[in-house]
Design a protein around this ligand. Sequence first.
Ligand code: SAM
Ligand code: DTB
Ligand code: SF4
Length: 361
Amino acid sequence: MNARLDAAVAAQPAQVTRHDWTRAEVEALFALPFNDLLFKAQTVHRQHFDPNAVQVSTLLSIKTGACPEDCKYCPQSNRYDTGLEPEKLMEVQKVIEEAQRAKATGATRFCMGAAWRSPKKKDMPYVLAMVKGVKELGLESCMTLGMLSAEQAQELAEAGLDYYNHNLDTSPEYYGEIITTRTYGDRLETLDHVRGAGIKVCSGGIVGMGESVRDRAGLLLQLANLPQHPESVPINRLVRVEGTPLAAQENVDSFDFIRTIAVARILMPKSHVRLSAGRETMNEEMHALAYFAGANSIFYGEKLLTTPNPEANSDMALFGRLGIEPESREVEHCEDETDGRLFAEVERAQSDSLFYDAARA
Ligand code: SAM
Ligand code: DTB
Ligand code: SF4
């Protein structure tokens, strides 16, 4: 950061981490003029993070489709005909190979997702073996398997799981419009079990499901007033999948989406806010605005769980053009090669874009 910016940020009152946000305060943030909101978010961001670093995670669907739940946004529910070919739980060795590939392309966290209501007892040994294998590669591990009992969370913690993703998805008021097969309370209970087992929490939601600004405020209010903020807050833009009840939903306004990122950043100043699903519908300028609004994590790699994501190369090229560097892992071991490779990739992208400019000049 340059000295003038350092001084400007230091002049701002320090942001304390609060858990007592009121609805009126959150709605007032959403109602700010865009530039005021972004300035505030960027100021808070700089107080807690390197503003030019973004964490990168890779996702893998370890069990695809045929899910008994009725989440209206989801291509993996067995209630909707989305043309998705269901797949059984992947073999442990195959998952480890995918994790190796993700590491080689520069991801520092490997997230494994299963289309389950909750894991069955018979599945647990395989899932635990996957966590151990991913950890042995020196990657951070994350899983999203549906609802967890306290015992299951404990088993995952003992296997070394770093993060568990379980989204609240929307406000408590709008929730019933989207999912009827599990309650908001069930979701909060799983988050409690995850936290109780000492696993880091990843929880966020989806924007663009027909919810109101009040619902977006309601979602962020729930997350920000948890006893401890989630370490990661994924903000997904709805991926409209043919066959799901939300397929014809109108695309959410880009600025409204950016506002949600900015408010999340302000309410949860020390959390990583992830620019999550839906990046295929965002151009480079929108990505840059999201990073400015305080997003500092992305899913990296050409596929999310079942739907496409931007190519890793195009993310790295944009990082290069924006002077963003991939954040290094929090875990101690095996720092060296992955980070080295990723930095080399960004440097190459940076020099490519310089070369391109020079040639055009
Ligand atoms: N089955 C588990 C569960 O629901 O807890 C884990 C996987 S589920 C796919 C994880 C999250 O992905 C959902 O909670 C939702 O927030 C997000 N998601 C699923 N489909 C999406 C879509 N079409 N667009 C945006 N986000 C989506
Ligand atoms: C999250 O909040 N978003 C990711 C991850 N957590 C598991 C999933 C997005 C899924 C998008 C639709 C699909 O690819 O199936
Ligand atoms: Fe199943 Fe998860 Fe999709 Fe809901 S979001 S239908 S629980 S895979």
